[in-house]
Ligand binder design. Structure first.
Ligand SMILES: O=C(O)c1cc(=O)[nH]c(=O)n1[C@@H]1O[C@H](COP(=O)(O)O)[C@@H](O)[C@H]1O
Length: 277
């Protein structure tokens, strides 16, 4: 398969870089007039995929909101991944996995092996068990043409006490992780398949973000950041930014056109903030 980084660059260039998260919060199900049960989850997910999969660069289902319904929730997630990909969008599974390497291999098989029912274009992972623990995911992604988004500086204020600390070799910890990502992407063109997650809420990120890979920027909308904040956070790396919004779009449902209009408004704001995007 064509490498994920190449496919994402193409999607960003043709559809614009916006990613919309599928986060079926109990409160959103209620706002949409749906029950907090498997039928409500199924309907919420189907409407969101129908509204957006033919127009945004990437959809990002948040696995926790499906897992909380057990195996039937995961079945809804499997179907959503399949339908979204069939409609032409890339799917980033937001699972934020991270474990010792031998277990990481099983997580990698879950999301990055084309034979798996949950196979996605990319998955989010945490490097804070050591970047090397991610090796099975990085290797399988390279083999299957999928991608891995690695947490660097998360959008939540609590992240700083870990991520802004200093690594054993004296580098800022987040910079150490970003340098590992840059090494993975070194020879890729137009960009690599290992992305970084950097919150849009951070102000100046204060690290070197030139990883030759995509930069997922969550935190826009409900967490208070706006597309206008992106150049200040990402500086010269802003061309590789994939701004991500969940509740900021989803709160406009269940009307399909209202969801589309909300995503289009964010896309316009992104275009205004990042003219080269
Ligand atoms: O990896 C992520 O997507 C992520 C990283 C991060 O630093 N912050 C963050 O909010 N997220 C996810 O992005 C989504 C944000 O949702 P909203 O705040 O509703 O837009 C949630 O699914 C979070 O789990």
């Amino acid at each position: 398969m064509i490498p994920f980084g190449t496919r994402l660059r193409e999607a960003m260039d043709t559809r614009g870089p916006l990613c919309v998260g599928i986060d079926p919060h109990a409160s959103l199900l209620a706002d949409w007039g749906l029950n907090d049960d498997i039928a409500g989850l199924e309907r919420f997910t189907r409407i969101t995929v129908e509204a957006l999969a033919d127009r945004v660069a990437m959809l990002k289902p948040q696995s926790a909101f499906f897992e909380r319904f057990g195996s039937r929730g995961v079945a809804v997630l499997e179907k959503a991944v399949e339908e979204a990909r069939a409609a032409g969008t890339l799917v980033l599974m937001d699972a934020k996995r991270g474990d010792i390497g031998s277990t990481m291999a099983a997580y990698a098989a879950t999301y990055l092996d084309p034979a798996s029912p949950l196979f996605s274009d990319a998955v989010t992972v945490s490097p804070y068990l050591g970047f090397g623990s991610l090796r099975p995911a990085l290797d399988l992604a390279a083999k299957s043409g999928s991608g891995v988004f690695v947490l660097a500086l998360t959008s939540n204020p609590e992240g700083a006490e870990v991520q802004r600390s200093t690594a054993a070799d004296g580098r800022p910890l987040a910079q150490l992780m970003l340098d590992h990502m840059a090494a993975e992407n070194a020879d890729a063109s137009p960009m690599g398949s290992v992305g970084a997650v950097v919150g849009a809420t951070l102000g100046d990120a204060g690290v070197n973000l030139d990883i030759n890979g995509p930069l997922l920027a969550p935190g826009i909308g409900a967490q208070g950041a706006t597309p206008a904040d992106l150049p200040g956070v990402f500086g010269s790396a802003v061309r590789n930014v994939v701004p991500s919004v969940s509740r900021g779009v989803l709160r406009h449902g269940p009307d399909v056109s209202a969801l589309r209009e909300a995503a289009a408004r964010y896309a316009d704001e992104v275009r205004a903030a990042i003219p080269q995007a």
